[in-house]
Ligand binder design. Structure first.
Ligand code: GLV
Ligand code: MN
Ligand code: MN
Length: 417
């Protein structure tokens, strides 16, 4: 009999979930209607402290680990761990990450209310710094748990204005040399389940509200710096110009060309900057990011190389020097077949659930390669929008997603007995 047929006897309270979401989104609320909780800024630190308090009040055994992840345990370890992240991108939305964390809490609270024995085999995690925009790392919390956050990287990572990640941790009361100890909790995770917004428009297009995730696209992320020569914008004629912005413009144009060449692949110059720029100065120094994602490793590689070659050619033409560094390389991740099958078995709909790949990155990208069986459920995103203030999923879709998460988690917990 499937989980959907037996039922988990856990009933999600959609209103309570919506209230908790609204409450957490007061941390970092923007006048635009969006949310900005960059990792390790006050709104994100305060949101995690709020979560810790909520978990404690709910009677869970809550703790912050050595890298800042929040965990809440109920009873026996190892456990089925449910969670996501509370940090956001700049001027982001209130659902990416927050939905998964609060759905996890709602599952715990309602499972305990239901008084079922499986409640004791569930746990919650809120990973810190999933987005990776402030320190340009990403998935720092989950990588510490996976054991793939190196000492060298920790020492090197800093914000664009030079603030070191290690110093930030120290200022927040954590000891950077102990960060890798967060990896001790890996053995306490039987499997990791995350409810997340789709962040695309497939579900809306199919008239569906929920999907099970099959895998996560691979990612290659670069930092590029171009050195030309600043000079007077009015007096510097074409032969004398060494405009550092042109190779960056070329990088963005070739990125678009690669998307035509490899349908499904995406390439983005998301942050471009003229250092000390002004309307009357030829850009002397510029920098940008490049983010290439796809579901075929070969295409990610070919597209990245082609884009970077066009950058080099443009730099030569414009007599500029470039420095580039691949700051993140995450291979394509397939989610765990047994966990996917448990999620499918708990699907509340009559037919088979839609199955979708994820083009966005998630903490499962760090956990799955470290041997943690991972599964994810997607909730429909309005107009497919995300990483912007317009990000939205209806309260009903969120509640339905949380109910599916509860049923899948209880089904997996039942197998542990
Ligand atoms: C995180 O949301 C990412 O996909 O970069
Ligand atoms: Mn996310
Ligand atoms: Mn995100």
């Amino acid at each position: 009999m499937t989980q959907a047929e037996t039922g988990s006897r856990v009933t999600i309270d959609g209103d309570r979930l919506a209230r908790m979401l609204a409450e957490v989104n007061q941390f970092g609320a923007l006048p635009s209607g969006g949310v900005q909780r960059l990792a390790w800024t006050d709104p994100e630190v305060d949101a995690r402290a709020w979560l810790l308090e909520q978990c404690t009040q709910a009677g869970l055994d809550a703790e912050q680990d050595e890298v800042g992840n929040i965990w809440a345990w109920v009873g026996t370890r190892p456990a089925i761990v449910l969670g996501s992240h509370l940090d956001t991108v700049p001027n982001g939305g209130g659902f990416d990450g927050a939905l998964g964390v609060l759905a996890a809490l709602e599952v715990h609270v309602s499972a305990r209310e239901a008084g079922i024995p499986e409640a004791n085999r569930l746990a919650l995690v809120c990973f810190t710094d999933e987005e990776g925009v402030r320190f340009d790392t990403g998935m720092t919390g989950s990588r510490a748990v996976a054991g793939t956050l190196s000492k060298e990287e920790l020492a090197k990572v800093r914000t664009p204005d030079g603030h070191r990640f290690a110093d930030e941790l120290r200022e927040r009361g954590l000891e950077p040399s102990r960060v890798r100890e967060a990896g001790r909790r890996r053995k306490d995770i039987v499997s990791y389940l995350e409810l997340h917004i789709e962040q695309g428009r497939h579900l809306e297009g199919q008239g569906q509200s929920l999907a099970v995730v099959s895998g996560i696209a691979g990612l290659s992320s670069w930092h590029i710096q171009v050195q030309g020569q600043s000079n007077h914008a009015g007096t510097t004629q074409l032969p004398d110009r060494r405009d550092s912005f042109l190779p960056i413009a070329q990088t963005a144009l070739t990125s678009r060309q690669m998307m035509h060449e490899f349908p499904g692949l995406v390439a983005t110059v998301g942050d471009a900057h003229v250092v000390g720029g002004a309307s009357n100065i030829v850009p002397g120094m510029s920098s940008c990011t490049l983010d290439v994602r796809g579901s075929k490793e070969r295409e990610i590689q070919t597209a990245s190389q082609t884009i970077l070659r066009s950058l080099e050619e443009s730099a030569r033409e414009n007599r500029c020097r470039i420095e580039m560094e691949e700051v993140k390389r995450l291979p394509i991740v397939r989610l765990d077949p047994a966990v996917i099958s448990a999620i499918k078995g708990a699907y509340p709909g009559r037919d088979e659930p839609p199955v979708l790949p994820s083009m966005a990155g998630h903490d499962a990208m760090s956990l799955a390669p470290a041997g943690v069986p991972c599964g994810m459920i997607f909730v429909r995103s309005r107009n497919g929008m995300s990483h912007c203030p317009e990000e939205h999923s209806s309260a009903q879709d969120c509640a339905d997603g949380a109910q599916w998460l509860a049923d899948a988690a209880v089904g997996l917990a039942r197998e542990l007995r």
